[in-house]
Design a protein around this ligand. Structure first.
Ligand code: BES
Ligand code: MG
Ligand code: ZN
Length: 499
């Protein structure tokens, strides 16, 4: 993690040599560059004449400082980040462009960046919001996971932000420290998802949650045996084929002891082989990420506690592997869930909903105000909506509205799908109350109906993130591998709902 320093332009030691200056360039507003020209020894002005500056949002042009002017100029090169037309700039487009910049910086030989904040924002725009998106995008785009690379690249250590003296409209220090907490949370979620399943077992995940706890964030872990005692047979059924012990992980942040809490429940399958309904090998490789929901709720509640938001949040993850073995649960088994529902397990690969059923019943014993569950639940989510939206479901329009708003501002877009009575019938079982699969049609919806059965009337949102948990390439603020979605959405939701 680079060390971030903040410099006011008028306090800048102009004789201090550094590596790379970074400025934003609006295609239609070269006039914005007066200040930039002051710091860049007019290099930018000269380049504008040659028409070589980036036209498109997210494009990067590198300018090398000619030797003869380096004496009077502090930077050996300038990265110019294209911002496109100024009227099209918003938080999501700027975060995307800044993500490209972060990835570019990572690959480059630059050791230090000096980002001139004012050059990225129009005078009449919301300086605070856009600056946050810019820094967030840069930090997320420069993420790498190199725990298992024997030869590690030198960590880039210097990240300085410059603001002109007449423009912080907000306290930049406060803004940046808040943004770093939020970006760190999403990076923590990425780390957890990228970690291979032989390392990140349910026990290891519970140890990590324990380590994150402290004065304001409490952590309680229950063993498999304790879960059995509570009647969580749907959860235990999933775990019984694995040698790894299942764990119930419960984090709580309750600044207002009187109020009821908002429960964030994350699916926490540390590896999903499918169980006896074994997945084909190609589809199994990414299943170390089947705890993406848990990664996001654990990371989000930690950030919410660090930010000191005035809202009670609880995070719950029922962690287990889903493995085939002589002791594994069989397709056609019937289990009695914690709330008494008999479930016919038609397919052991539809395990996420079984664990969520008991998680929701457990949460309901605490009388939650709202429940938001996040799960890498169905391959069908990607078939329906692709990767550009999270599939959302709800029994409460107000809560769903807040979740959609949170997603619009963080770029984790949520598209609501219906809980219609026709597809609900597909979960009918001939021999039990419910079965855990609903056939080929509307797979994302039938999974949501299944969860809704256990939620009943508690205001609830279900987010199926199966399509969004991994990215196949570096793209904007996403890097190849885990995305950490929807950690920032969950933090933003806490801001929206706080008292
Ligand atoms: N973990 C998978 C869903 C998944 C698929 C997540 C692809 C991320 C990427 C889930 O447990 C699963 O296996 N779902 C089955 C359900 C089916 C058996 C009803 C699916 O989607 O095929
Ligand atoms: Mg599965
Ligand atoms: Zn799964």
């Amino acid at each position: 993690m680079p060390n971030i320093t903040i410099n006011k332009l008028n306090e800048l030691n102009l004789n201090k040599k550094s590596d790379t200056l970074v400025i934003g360039y609006f295609q239609d507003k070269p006039t914005k560059l007066t200040k930039v020209n002051e710091i860049s020894g007019s290099i930018i002005n000269e380049t504008i004449k040659s028409n070589d500056l980036p036209k498109k949002l997210g494009e990067i042009v590198v300018l090398h400082t000619p030797k003869k002017i380096y004496k009077e100029f502090n930077y050996s090169k300038i990265f110019v980040l294209g911002l496109g037309e100024s009227k099209n700039l918003d938080n999501n487009s700027l975060r995307r462009a800044a993500g490209n910049l972060g990835a570019f910086f990572n690959k480059s030989n630059s050791q230090a960046v000096n980002l001139f904040l004012d050059s990225f924002v129009n005078e009449d725009d919301n300086f605070e919001d856009l600056s946050k998106s810019l820094i967030e995008g840069f930090l997320l785009g420069s993420y790498t996971f190199n725990n298992y690379k024997s030869k590690k690249k030198n960590e880039k250590t210097e990240f300085s932000i410059m603001v002109s003296s007449d423009n912080p409209k907000v306290k930049v220090e406060e803004l940046i420290s808040r943004t770093v907490v939020i970006a760190d949370a999403e990076k923590r979620a990425r780390n957890l998802v990228n970690e291979p399943a032989n390392i990140l077992s349910p026990t290891k995940l519970s140890d990590i949650a324990m380590e994150l706890s402290g004065e304001h964030l409490k952590c309680n872990v229950l063993s498999g045996e304790e879960c059995k005692q509570l009647g969580m047979n749907a959860f235990i059924g999933v775990s019984q084929g694995s040698v790894e012990e299942p764990k119930l992980i419960h984090l709580s942040y309750k600044p207002n002891s009187e109020d009821s809490s908002i429960w964030y429940i994350g699916k926490a399958i540390t590896f999903d082989s499918g169980g006896l309904s074994l997945k084909p090998s190609g589809g199994m490789v990414s299943m170390k990420g089947d705890m993406g929901g848990a990664a996001s709720v654990i990371s989000a509640i930690y950030a919410i506690s660090k930010l000191g938001l005035n809202i009670n949040i609880e995070a719950l993850c029922l962690a287990t592997e889903n493995m085939p073995s002589g002791s594994a649960q069989r397709p056609s088994d019937v289990v009695k869930a914690m709330d008494g529902t008999f479930i016919e397990v038609e397919n052991t690969d539809a395990e996420g909903r079984l664990t969520l059923a008991d998680a929701i019943t457990y949460a309901k014993t605490f009388n939650p105000k709202y429940i938001v569950d996040i799960a890498t639940l169905t391959g069908a989510a990607g078939i329906g909506l692709g990767k550009g939206n999270i599939s959302g479901f709800s029994n409460n329009d107000k809560l769903m509205g807040c979740v959609k708003d949170a997603g619009l501002s963080t770029g984790d877009f949520v598209w609501q799908l219906p809980l219609d009575p026709v597809s609900k019938k597909q979960n009918h079982s001939d021999i039990a109350d419910l079965k855990n699969t609903g056939g080929r049609l509307a797979g994302t919806i039938t999974a949501a109906h299944f969860i809704n059965h256990f939620v009943k009337d508690t205001p609830w949102v279900h987010l199926d993130i199966a399509a969004n948990m991994m990215s196949s390439s570096n793209d904007g603020w996403y890097t190849k591998g885990a995305t950490g979605i929807p950690t920032r959405l969950l933090i933003e939701l806490a801001y929206i709902l706080q008292n």
